[in-house]
Unconditional design. Structure first.
Length: 454
């Protein structure tokens, strides 16, 4: 594969859809609509996603009526992005387990067997009873069927691999060898999950969720291996025998995508990269931050550049914005065979000596006077379009984009502030700043405030 080839993933998790939330008056419905709107806008800037990866907890209680609402939500998102159902890849979470079916005596006994005893004993139960262990997620499976994401009883995962030319993955970029495996981490999940964590013994090495080695096993990486992604709901720290399992996935999968913890947690794990998704619908929607992520994977020499954009819901301005603590495009450089250390990568528009320097920017006669301004852009660097710069600036919260204008010498007076908080004033100034002779200075000021403008 040549350097420069790219795939784009949209990652979201923990929707916790309830049946009544199909009503547009419900707050979670509004947040999900804003998520879909933001995804549509971001796709214009970053690119249309190769796949939409949803890391579990689609429903709140695993009920069929909840999945009816979720299906409508996904259809709306796909329509905005101009994509078909085969672009969605989804795995089950603990909230996708039907508590009624999980409460049956036989099901409880099987789960107890996975939660106790040695790894060998638990594996024997998993192999013998794997089909029955999947019965509590029957409604999830019906929901996931159109997306071709059924957790198969014979191996506990689904997998797409564009090297095989299978119909399930024909939409993937043919020139970017890619393998994505989605696993179930909920074979041992039920209403007693929290209590079970309190009963763990020191030798349990992790939590009580059971993931069999066979769900993770694949060939060792070679120069010819595809870029491998593993998707699950619970991160490995929640699995029994987690140290053993972590060693395996860190040696075989380049990118690990998980949900459940409601935290955005991009990090290197061994020589690979793991991204905790955060949650679209966290437990306390009014105080916690809803979020989702974009991940761009680009072939670089004998490795991969993994860049991440995290979009966070701003309660004050009622929209998703860039995470100020993880500037857009920050990421990691990893090796093809995961045999080299992970290097951190700066945001795509990190300030450098060759990008820009801003001294001042003055307004004169209702226009722009660049005479007292010194700014330059590296002629070899590709300057973003005016549309991209506008979107990047207005995606910020009010306080942050106001700082950019202030940096350039523009502040609304008291009268102007009374009109939508100065928005009309800023819009007029922005039109001037986006002109070819001024846009470099605007980009420089945005970069100085830590705003990604690519």
């Amino acid at each position: 594969m040549k350097s420069g080839e790219t795939i784009i993933l949209l990652q979201a998790s923990d929707f916790h859809v309830r049946a009544h939330e199909g009503d547009p008056l419900c707050r979670p419905h509004d947040i999900r609509q804003l998520f879909a709107f933001d995804a549509e806008q971001m796709a214009k800037e970053i690119g249309v996603p190769t796949a939409l990866i949803f890391s579990g907890d689609i429903a709140f209680g695993g009920g069929a009526e909840e999945y009816d609402v979720a299906r409508q939500m996904f259809a709306s998102l796909l329509a905005r992005l101009g994509l078909n159902e085969q672009r969605i890849l989804v795995v089950p979470g603990n909230h996708d387990v039907s508590r009624g079916k999980a409460a049956k005596l036989e099901a409880r006994m099987l789960r107890d067997s996975l939660r106790a005893g040695t790894d060998k004993d638990a594996e024997a139960v998993f192999i013998a009873q794997r089909a029955k262990l999947l019965e509590p997620i029957a409604a999830f499976h019906e929901f996931a069927m159109p997306y071709d994401c059924l957790i198969k009883g014979d191996n506990g995962y689904w997998e797409i691999n564009n090297l095989t030319g299978s119909s399930a993955s024909e939409y993937l970029a043919a020139d970017f060898p890619l393998s994505i495996r989605g696993i179930s981490t909920v074979h041992a999940s039920d209403r007693n999950d929290d209590q079970m964590d309190n009963l763990l013994k020191p030798e349990d090495d992790g939590s009580h969720m059971y993931v069999a080695r066979g769900q993770l096993s694949c060939d060792p990486l070679t120069d010819a291996s595809p870029f491998r992604v593993i998707v699950g709901h619970h991160p490995p720290a929640w699995w029994r025998f987690s140290d053993n399992r972590k060693n395996l996935i860190q040696a075989r999968y380049h990118l690990h995508l998980f949900g459940h913890e409601h935290m955005f947690s991009p990090q290197s794990v061994g020589n690979a990269v793991c991204v905790g998704a955060g949650a679209i619908n966290p437990d306390d929607l009014e105080n916690d931050q809803a979020r989702y992520n974009w991940i761009k994977i680009r072939r670089e020499g004998d490795g991969y550049m993994v860049r991440i954009w995290s979009r966070v819901y701003d309660h004050k301005y009622e929209k998703f914005c860039e995470d100020g603590e993880w500037l857009g495009g920050k990421g990691f450089l990893i090796s093809q065979k995961l045999d080299g250390e992970v290097s951190e990568v700066a945001p795509e528009c990190q300030p450098t000596e060759t990008i820009a320097t801003v001294d001042s920017f003055q307004e004169s006669g209702g226009g722009i006077n660049p005479a007292s301004t010194r700014a330059f852009v590296d002629q070899e660097a590709k300057q973003p379009s005016s549309h991209a710069v506008r979107f990047a600036l207005l995606s910020q919260n009010h306080a942050r984009y106001a700082l950019v204008f202030k940096e350039l010498g523009f502040e609304p007076n008291e009268t102007q502030r009374k009109i939508l908080g100065g928005l009309e004033y800023y819009e007029e100034v922005l039109e001037e700043l986006l002109q070819p002779e001024n846009i470099g200075k605007l980009i420089a000021a945005m970069i100085k405030e830590g705003i990604n403008v690519n």
